[in-house]
Design a protein around this ligand. Sequence first.
Ligand code: SF4
Length: 742
Amino acid sequence: MLFGRKKRKPITIPDKKVKEWKYTTCNYCSTGCAIEIGLSEEKRIVTTRGHAGADVNRGKLCIKGLLEHELFESPGRGTEPLIRDKHYEKFEKTSWDNALDTTAQKIKEIQDKYGKDAFAVVSTGQLLTEEFYTLGKLTRGCIGTNNYDGNTTLCMASAVSGYKRSFGSDGPPGCYDDFEHTHCFMAFGSNLPEQHPVIYWRLKEALEKRKFPLIVVDPRVTMLAQFADIHLPITPGTDCVLINSMMHVIINEGLQDQAYIDAHTEGFEAVKALVQDYAPEVAQHQCGIDEDRIRSVARLYAKAPSAMSIWTMGINQSTHGSDGVANINNLNLITGNIGKPGGTSLSITGQCNAMGTREWSSCSGLPGYRLLENPEHRQEIADFWGIDPEFFPKKRGLAQTDIFPAIETGDIKGMWIVATNPMTSMANTPRIRKMLESLDFLVVQDVYADVETNQYSHVYFPASVWAEKEGCHTNTERRVSLISNVLPPYANSKPDFWIFNQMAKRFENGQKIKFPETPEGAFEEMKQLSKGSNPYGNERTLDISGMSYEKIVKARGIQWPFSEEMAEEQDKANGSLKGSPRLYTDGKFQTPTGKANLICVDFYDNNEKPCKDYPFWLNSGRVVEHFHTRTRTGKIGNCNKFSPTPYMEMNPDAAKELDIEHQSYVRLTSRRGDAVVLVQLTQRVSRDMVFIPFHFHDCVNRLTVGLLDPYSRQPAFKQCSARIEKVDQAEAARLNAERRNY
Ligand code: SF4
C-alpha cells in the first residue's frame, strides 16, 4: 500500500554473491525457458535468472523458474533406496544393488507366473530425452512388457492422436514466432497467463507490436479470456459443435481456401456434407454460443490473411479430445492455415519434456515415432539394438488409463512408476488407492520419498533432479534444449539414466543391447535413428541428426527437423543453427498420399452433466505458482505461500441461493467422493459451474470421473457434476491445516 506514505522504502535487489552463471533449461513446463543458475564462490546454487540471449524467453521467467534453484535441497528428497515387504510396513534403508536386484527378481517372478504383460511400467513427461530413450530400450528390449505408458496420457495424448489422424504424424507444426505473423489468434481451453506465463508474454509482446484479434473459447472467464477481444463461454465439452458450425459458415459462404484444400487434403466433400447439420441457428443450442457470434468469428478467422489456433487441456481432457484436435486441424486445413507464418494448429504441451517422451520413449511404439504395428520398424530397431524382432509385440499395449483398471481385473500384478504421482493426478483417486494397495509389487522412482504414491510401494529408488543430471528436453515448438549438469546428485540419489542402465544389466537382453555410459552417447544413437524417410518415402520430420550438445548450447535450443545437411547449410549461411520453425511448409504430410486428412467429427454427448442431485459442472485447471501435483512446488516457500491451499471458485449468485459465504469451507461431493475446499466467490464462473485447481492431494481428483476418449484414452477431467454442502467450519479448518502440513 503506497497511498499516503511519505517515505517509501526503496526497492533493493539483494546481492546473492554469484560468482559464476551456468546455462540450463527450466524443468517445469513445456515453454522451454533457458535459465542461468548462479553459483557462489563455494559452488553453492544461490539463484536463477532467465537467459537474455535465448529466443524462447529472452530473459523472462515465471515464478516457478525464478525459484527453481530452491528445489535441490527442499524437504522430502529421497536420500537412500528404501525397501519393505508390505506397503503398510516401515521402510528400511538398503543398498542400490539390493534395491535393483530385488526389483529385477520381482519383475521376473511376476512375468514367469502371469506372463510378460503382467508387469507394467508407467513413466512421465519429466525425464530427459536420453533417459526416455534408455527406459524405452530397457522396457521394450529387455523387460519385454507391452503395458508401458506415460502420464502424458493424462495431458497430451489427444493432441498426439489428433495430429496423427490429421497429418499422419505427431509433432506440433507451428512455433511461438507465429504470434508475430498471425492476423487472428484463437485459443481453445488454454489459460496461457497461468499455465505457460512466458508463452503468454510472447503473445502479449506480439500484440503490442501489431494488433490482431484474440478470441478465447473457454467456459470460464480465465485470465486469458479477460484479455480477449472476443470471449466465447462455451458449454463444457461442445467444442466440436462450435468448430463444425464455424466450418458450416466458412464453406457455405465460400470462404474456404479451395486451392489449398484441392492440392493438400483429402476428405473435403465428406466434411462439407457433415457440417450441413451444424447451422449456427441449430448449433447455438448445443454449444451455448449465439448464432451471430458463431458467424462473425467464422468470418473473422477465414478472412484473416493468416490465422492460428492454440489449445491445451480444455480440448485434450475430454471424452472427444482427439476429435477436438482433429477438428481444429480441419478448421486450419480448410482455411489454408498450416505451415505458413502465423497460420498453424499449435498444441501447447504441458510438461517440460512431454515432447521428448512422445518422440523417443517407445511408450506407444518404438523410438523416433516408429510403430510396433509396422514390421519394417520392428526389424529396424531390433537390428539397431541387436535383438530378435520377435521380442517386440506387434501392436501397442494398454495406455496408462487402462493399465490401472487392469490391476482391478487381475491382469497387472506389478508396476514400476517413474516420476509421476497417480495418487494425486489420476481421476477418481479413491479407486486408484485400492488398485495400488492390491499390487503384488510396486517400485516407485522419484526425486521425493514423500510423494503420495510412495505410500504403496515395496521399493523406492531416489532419483536426482534437474541440473543434477545432463540431457535434453523438447519444448512445445519442437525446440531441443540442453539441461546442463551443474551439481552432483543429492545424497545417494542417482540420475534416472544410471538407474535404467543398472537395471538393464539384470536382464538377459541387457547383455546383448549396448547401453551407452553417458547421456551424450544415447543422444548420438538417437541421432542415427532419426535419419532417413518415413514408410511412404517422405523425409522423416523428427530428424535431429544435425544436432550436437555443443550446437544446442551455442544456439540455446534448435528446432527439429534439423538434418546433417541443414546444419551444414545454416552454419555456412549465417551460423545461426536455429533449425526448422515450422512443419509442412511444402504442403506434404506424413501420410501414404502426402495429403492431410480432413476428418468428419460428429458430436456425441456422453459427458456426466449437472442434474438435480449434482447441479454443478466441476471444472479444474492450474494456478501459476504450482506445477502438477506440487511434489516440487509444494516444497518451495514462496510458491506455497502465494497458493497455499485448495480453493473453489463459485459464482456469488449461486452462493447466495445456498447461503454460502466468501472464504467459508464447503464440502463438494460427486458420485465418486468428496473434498473440503475454501470458497472464493467470483464472476469468473457461471452460476452452474465451480472450478478447483488440480494440484492438491486428496482434493479435486477424489471427485472426477475420468471418462476416456476412445482414440487417445485421455480422461475427461474437466467435465463432471457435483453438489455443494455446508460443513462444520472449525473441523474443516483443522482438516485444511493438517493437509497444508504436507
Ligand atoms: S514459463 Fe514454464 S519453462 Fe518458463 S520459467 Fe515458467 S515454468 Fe519454467
